[in-house]
Design a protein around this ligand. Structure first.
Ligand code: HEM
Length: 205
């Protein structure tokens, strides 16, 4: 359950929160959806169509940067390892913690790191960064085998939500990320949904 379910659930919740906080980004995702799908029809995307949603993918990656569900990754060091950058030796037997949270909020890698900015994941910006600057799915031989599926799942859910609803965050609400084996919002995600077609508003936060 840890690998496939809770991680994706946390990632979708944070992405919804960030979209609700940024109506301009929500609008851009809707415009992209309208360029791929027929607005008069319910949304039933194929895998190929999901692949066309490049901006939504940038939004998802930026949400995973700010709130990586697996915020710490443990590795056992089984041989003395010399770091090429500093010459430091990490001895055999050490347990190392790699923190995607810390890497993703390093201002030398991501200027103004607290800012939600999907443009960081445009093709040009991504090419300028080290491949290990983005680690929500870890890296190397034991990385996440479900990462492509996870991105598709997130795209499918978020596309359907945005197709049908405009999202607003509850005034004054701020999500508090906390460690519950995976990273979650410990005070939930409090948003209001407005049906795009009927304008029916769910006012219960
Ligand atoms: C946003 C969603 C997800 C995130 C952030 C995520 C993240 C990760 C991370 C960081 C690891 C490596 C853990 C470590 O090295 O200690 C991992 C491993 C793994 N993930 Fe995911 N994951 C996600 C979704 C999924 C899904 C949807 C599946 C299955 C369909 C999945 C299956 C696995 C499996 C089986 C492993 C263990 C791989 C191994 O040990 O060789 N994950 N995941």
């Amino acid at each position: 359950m840890f690998e496939g379910h809770d991680t994706t659930e946390a990632a979708i919740s944070f992405a919804i929160y960030l979209l609700a906080c940024h109506s301009d980004v929500q609008e851009k995702v809707l415009e992209e959806l309208k360029s791929v799908f027929d607005w008069s029809q319910p949304l039933q995307p194929t895998i190929q169509q999901l692949g066309e949603l490049k901006y939504l993918e940038m939004v998802i990656k930026e949400a995973l940067r700010l709130y990586p569900p697996v915020a710490a990754i443990l590795r056992d060091i089984t041989n003395d390892e010399r770091l090429p950058s500093t010459g430091h030796v990490i001895p055999d037997g050490t347990v190392m913690i790699v923190s995607p949270w810390a890497v993703h909020r390093n201002p030398e890698v991501y200027p103004d790191p607290e800012k939600f900015d999907p443009e960081r994941f445009s093709a040009g910006e991504t090419a300028r960064r080290h491949p290990y600057a983005f680690l929500p799915f870890s890296a190397g031989p034991r990385n996440c085998i479900g990462q492509r599926f996870a991105i598709l799942e997130m795209k499918s859910v978020l596309a359907k939500v945005i197709w049908n609803f405009e999202m607003f965050v509850e005034p004054g609400f701020t999500a508090l990320p906390g460690w519950k084996i995976i990273l979650k919002s410990i005070n939930g995600v409090r948003i209001r949904l407005e049906d795009r077609r009927t304008k029916y508003v769910n006012t219960g936060f």
